[in-house]
Design a protein around this ligand. Structure first.
Ligand code: COA
Length: 326
C-alpha cells in the first residue's frame, strides 16, 4: 500500500498477465518508467490516487496507461501518460470501460501532433469535439497603450477574498459550456501556479468579466477571458483583453499567445480585431468519447436542446446572481 490507497483487498484478479489489469500504487514499482523521465514513481502514485482504479497496465509487458481527471474535472477523464507500444488499443478499451463504470461523463484525448489516425478515434468511440485554433500578438505594446474605458474596475484575484473568487467561478459557469467549465479544483490549482494572474472586471461592484494569464519570461499566454452572457457585445471583453495585455506588457512580455475554440466566432473576431494573428502550426484537436451526451455537449453551440434545460448553470458557490444589466 502507498499513501492510503490500496488495491481492493481479497479480490482475486483472475486475468492473465497478458491482459490489462487495474493499476494500483503498489504496482508502480513494476512499471517501465525509464522512458518517461517526467513520470517518477512517486508522481505516478500521486496521479493514481486522483482517480483510483481508473488506470491500467499489462504485467507481462510492463505497458501501462495512467488515467487522470481532465483539467481537475471529476466527470471527465483523460490519459495522463501512455506507456503502451503494441497494446494501446487493449489498454484504452479497458480504461474507457472503467471510466464509464465509474460514472464519468466522457473521456478526453488531446491530439497535439495528430500522430493518431482518425480510425483510432473512431474505433474507440471518440468524436472530434473541438478544433483549437491558436493566435499570437507580436507587438502587444501597441495594444497595451489603447484606452481602456473607465466603467470597469479591475481587481486581482489571489484567493484572499473568497466571495469575489466565487463570483468569478460563477461567471465562468454562466459563460462557458459545461465541457469548458473550470472546476473549483482547477481554479485553485491555476491560482497556485507562479506567474498566473487572475483578474476580475467589476461594474457597479459586480463581477462582469474576468481574465487569466500566465507569464513565461518574455512572453505570456492569455488563458481565459469571459464576459457575462447578458453583457456581451458592449465592449467589456475588449476592455478586459486590453487590461490583461497591458498588465503582461508592463511585466516585460513582448509576445502574447492564446488559443480558442475554432467554432467560437466571437472570441476569434475579438482577437483578430485587436491584432492577433493565427498560428496554424500550433493548432490542435480535442477528441471526446461521450458517455453522457447531455452533459458533454451542454451549452455547446451545436446543442440547442440542452441550454434550455440547464439547471447546471446555476451558481456553484453563491446564490444565483442578480441583475447584471445596470
Ligand atoms: C469572447 C468574449 C469574451 C467577448 O466579450 P464581449 O464583451 O462580448 O466583447 P466586446 O463587446 O468587447 O466585443 C469585442 C469584439 O468581439 C466580437 N464580438 C462580440 N460579440 C460578438 C457577436 N455577437 N458576434 C460576433 N463577434 C462578436 C467583435 O469582434 C467585437 O468587436 P466589435 O464590437 O468592434 O465588432 C465573450 O463573447 C465571451 O465571454 N464568450 C464566452 C467565453 C469565451 O468564449 N471566451 C473566449 C475563449 S477563452
Amino acid at each position: 500500500m502507498i499513501g492510503g490507497i490500496e488495491r481492493p483487498g481479497r479480490i482475486v484478479d483472475c486475468k492473465s498477465i497478458d491482459e490489462p489489469r487495474q493499476l494500483w500504487p503498489d504496482d508502480v514499482k513494476e512499471l517501465r518508467l525509464d522512458r518517461h523521465p517526467r513520470l517518477t514513481p512517486a508522481h505516478a502514485s500521486d496521479i493514481l490516487r486522483l482517480r483510483p482504479g481508473a488506470s491500467f497496465w499489462i504485467p507481462a509487458t510492463g505497458e501501462f496507461m495512467v488515467v487522470t481527471p481532465w483539467r481537475h474535472r471529476r466527470e471527465l477523464l483523460t490519459v495522463h501518460t501512455s506507456g503502451a507500444f503494441g497494446n494501446e488499443d487493449a489498454l484504452l478499451r479497458a480504461a474507457l470501460a472503467q471510466a464509464q463504470l465509474q460514472g464519468a461523463a466522457g473521456f478526453v484525448m488531446v491530439d497535439l501532433s495528430e500522430t493518431r489516425s482518425p480510425a483510432f478515434y473512431e474505433r474507440h468511440g471518440f468524436r472530434r469535439f473541438e478544433d483549437i485554433v491558436t493566435f499570437e500578438h507580436r507587438r502587444p505594446a501597441t495594444l497595451a497603450s489603447a484606452k481602456i474605458p473607465d466603467e470597469l474596475e479591475f481587481v486581482r484575484i489571489d484567493g484572499s477574498d473568497p466571495a469575489l473568487f466565487c463570483e468569478v467561478q460563477d461567471l465562468d459557469r454562466a459563460t462557458f459550456p459545461w465541457f469548458w467549465w473550470n472546476s473549483p479544483d482547477e481554479f485553485d490549482a491555476y491560482l497556485a501556479i507562479p506567474d498566473v494572474e487572475l483578474w476580475a472586471g467589476l461594474r457597479n461592484n459586480k463581477v462582469v468579466t474576468y481574465s487569466g494569464t500566465t507569464r513565461y519570461w518574455r512572453w505570456a499566454h492569455l488563458d481565459r477571458i469571459a464576459t457575462h452572457p447578458t453583457l456581451q457585445g458592449l465592449g467589456l471583453g475588449r476592455a478586459t483583453l486590453l487590461f490583461a495585455v497591458r498588465s503582461m506588457v508592463r511585466q516585460g512580455c513582448r509576445e502574447v499567445v492564446l488559443s480558442t475554440q475554432g467554432n467560437n466566432p466571437r472570441s476569434r473576431s475579438l482577437y483578430q480585431q485587436t491584432g492577433f494573428v493565427r498560428t496554424p502550426v500550433d493548432d490542435y484537436s480535442i477528441f471526446v468519447a461521450p458517455f453522457d451526451e447531455s452533459r458533454v455537449y451542454a451549452g455547446m453551440a451545436t446543442d440547442e436542446a440542452q441550454t434550455s434545460s440547464s439547471g447546471d448553470r446555476n451558481s456553484s458557490c453563491l446564490p444565483a446572481s442578480g441583475d447584471y444589466s445596470n
